[in-house]
Design a binder for this molecule. Structure first.
Ligand code: SF4
Length: 271
């Protein structure tokens, strides 16, 4: 069992996360992945934006950046370009990544820059008290959708793949070991990687949609997550409120930082 204490700034504990929140489980999956990879803490940078998930770097004893709303990937891109030797991991919420940060997200994916992004997807804006996000499913209730969300939610993984990400996976807090394995692969992968981590927010999303406590929401994840293989045998109706977990896509493509380095060398050589 890894001693995760060594990765925390314990003087900043306890976390602000509510009882039953899934974010601690997802963060544990990130830390176990880093631990298994044997990465030096000083060679890892954790970058976040704003939101419940984005509080994570404040508790962690790595190089950390807690930035502005939606801009985690913009800061992470600058950091990776300036310090290419660092392993850069972005921890972001769904609202942060897919709404205000949406443009940074698709362009980081398009460049295939070597950043591992873990999206803590609780399907809502938690920190600002439960507004609907681009990941809130249609018909679900939110502070700003008291009669049900009219919008269609993104499939974040499909969006990442279409934009050019070269590693895409989805996991869930309930399946924490699988999730951690996917995050490990994402960190190891050369290029832009996304792991969507389905998490639970009992305080706002769960309470408003009468989904019960954190444990009930974890049970929902247990019964609604399916592998891609199992999904092929299910009808569209049967898949309606289920979600696929596992590695969804992997490809090789030139990585932006390396290409930039080659360009610099070429220019130095006068070519
Ligand atoms: Fe977690 Fe929701 Fe509480 Fe935020 S508001 S810490 S997402 S349970």
């Amino acid at each position: 069992m890894p001693d995760l204490q060594t990765y925390f700034r314990t003087e900043h504990m306890p976390t602000i996360w509510c009882a039953g929140c899934g974010h601690g489980i997802v963060l544990g999956a990130v830390l176990r992945a880093i631990d298994r990879l044997g990465l030096d803490k000083d060679r890892v940078a954790i970058v976040s934006g704003i939101g419940c998930a984005s509080r994570a770097p404040g508790y962690l004893d790595f190089n950390t950046l807690h930035t502005t709303h939606g801009r985690a990937l913009a800061f992470a891109t600058g950091l990776k370009m300036a310090r290419p030797e660092l392993k850069v991991v972005a921890v972001v919420g769904d609202g942060d990544l897919a709404a205000i940060g949406g443009n940074h997200f698709i362009h980081a994916a398009r460049r295939n820059i070597d950043i591992a992004t873990v999206c803590f997807n609780n399907e809502i804006y938690g920190m600002t008290s439960g507004q609907y996000s681009p990941m809130t499913p249609t018909t679900k209730l939110a502070t700003t959708a008291p009669y049900g969300n009219l919008e269609r939610n993104f499939d974040l993984c499909e969006l990442a793949k279409a934009a050019g990400a070269t590693f895409v996976a989805r996991g869930a807090a309930y399946y924490a070991r699988t999730l951690s394995g996917l995050i490990e692969q994402a960190i190891k992968h050369k290029g832009f990687s996304l792991v969507e981590a389905v998490s639970q927010c009992p305080t706002y999303y769960g309470r408003r949609n009468k989904l019960g406590a954190g444990a009930d929401m974890l049970e929902w994840q247990r019964t609604h997550a399916v592998t891609a293989e199992k999904a092929t045998g299910l009808s569209r109706e049967e898949m309606a409120d289920r979600f696929i977990i596992g590695k969804l896509y992997e490809a090789e493509a030139p990585e932006y930082g390396e290409e930039y380095g080659k360009l610099i060398e070429r220019l130095k050589g006068g070519r």
